[in-house]
Ligand binder design. Structure first.
Ligand code: ATP
Length: 362
């Protein structure tokens, strides 16, 4: 957990939160502790319960059990307005007949904020979001990215304690998504408002978050920094969800070998870290990330099946009688399909998961 002085309450805390729709459990035992100013992402595949969790924090859904605390205060019974959170949705539904300035100032007008103050706050927000030159336009006269920034502006102008984002970029094209990620991250750095963000895009989560909660079937499977989640995944599920191309998982049995434990994959022996404290005979899955496979020399003898250049690197699929691996090579790779190839995987880089439980052993 992030360091948080004991005098400062956590900004958002979920304690044993569960949600059941009818008899179907969608969130189970969700515990999250988010410090003031953190940017946290709920990440997981469609249907794993991310939006439901966010909606419970917002007050748009009740919890079936458990407690939600904001700034140290239990808020289960409070309405969304009383919770002082602002939400940005994927369908940002701007008012089509209002200008950018009117859209952004709308909630302040509803609250009866004095005109001069509305003007000042709308000006600050449109300047921060680089919308000053379009304040008098209607939504239909804006690009998708500008519309999304207006939606974010509407949330910011209220100066809430917490921002909640539900897949806010999913209607934008790929290039714009990447740009908006950087904008939201910079905005967060500037404003420092605690933010909870939902996405199913692991790259988006990695690039934008202080910490990521990886969800699987209603549970938080791991909560950690992007580096922890990537380099030290707690489970096989987390390891396979994070990383592009995906980590390669190969099943085998641990064997004792002179020089340390190994796993036999087909005719090849993959060496495991000597510190791995697991008995011979255990069924495991080993996980190898593409950047940890070195080509050209080594003990693993296979053939090139496919070469996929992606610009800065090439993904080389190699196969042997026991399985296949993807190796990431810098630049454009000249290898040809069918060529014999040798590969090396250093024992320190091999992740080992218990086959039955999926929990990482090393
Ligand atoms: P997505 O990215 O597709 O939105 P998600 O991880 O956000 O997925 P949720 O929207 O939280 O998932 O939904 C979790 C599960 O709960 C899904 O199986 C969904 O069908 C179900 N669900 C959500 N809302 C309701 C509801 N009001 N009534 C019944 N089932 C619901």
């Amino acid at each position: 957990m992030s360091p948080s002085p004991s005098s400062t309450p956590l900004a958002i805390e979920l304690r044993g939160v569960a949600k059941t729709f009818g008899s179907v459990p969608v969130c189970r035992d969700v515990d999250l502790a988010i410090a003031a100013g953190e940017f946290v992402t709920l990440l997981g595949p469609s249907g794993c319960g991310k939006t439901t969790t966010l909606n419970m924090v917002a007050g748009l859904e009740d919890c079936t059990s458990g407690d939600i605390l904001l700034a140290g205060r239990r808020v289960n019974e409070l309405s969304p307005v009383e919770r002082d959170v602002a939400m940005v949705f994927q369908n940002y539904a701007l008012y089509p007949h209002m200008t950018v300035a009117q859209n952004i100032g709308f909630t302040l007008r509803m609250r009866g904020t004095p005109r001069a103050e509305i003007d000042r706050r709308v000006k600050d927000v449109t300047t921060a979001l680089e919308l000053s030159h379009v304040v008098d336009r209607l939504p239909a006269q804006l690009s998708g990215g500008q519309q999304q920034r207006v939606a974010i502006g509407r949330a910011i102008v209220r100066e809430p304690r917490i921002f909640l984002f539900d897949e806010p970029f999913s209607n934008l094209d790929a290039a714009l998504r990447v740009k908006m990620r950087a904008e939201v991250k910079q905005l967060h750095r500037r404003l420092g408002v605690t933010s909870l963000f939902v996405t199913h895009d692991q790259e988006e989560a990695m690039s934008i978050s202080d910490r990521i909660a990886v969800m699987n079937r209603g549970r938080v499977e791991q909560f950690g920094t992007p580096e922890e989640i990537y380099a030290r995944p707690a489970t096989r599920y987390v390891a396979s969800f994070i990383g592009n191309p995906q980590i390669e998982l190969l099943s085998g049995i641990v064997e004792a070998h002179e020089g340390g434990p190994v796993v036999r994959i087909g005719s090849e022996l993959v060496r495991l870290a000597s510190s791995l404290n697991t008995p011979a005979g255990r069924s495991v899955d080993i996980g190898v990330r593409p950047e940890h496979v070195r080509l050209g020399s080594g003990t693993l003898a296979g053939r090139v099946r496919l070469v996929q250049p992606v610009g800065p690197s090439s993904h080389v699929v190699i196969e042997w009688d026991g399985g296949s691996l993807i190796a990431a090579q810098p630049g454009f790779c000249r290898l040809q399909p069918g060529e014999p190839i040798r590969a090396e995987i250093s024992a320190a880089d091999v992740m080992v998961f218990d086959h039955a439980s999926g929990v990482r052993l090393s």
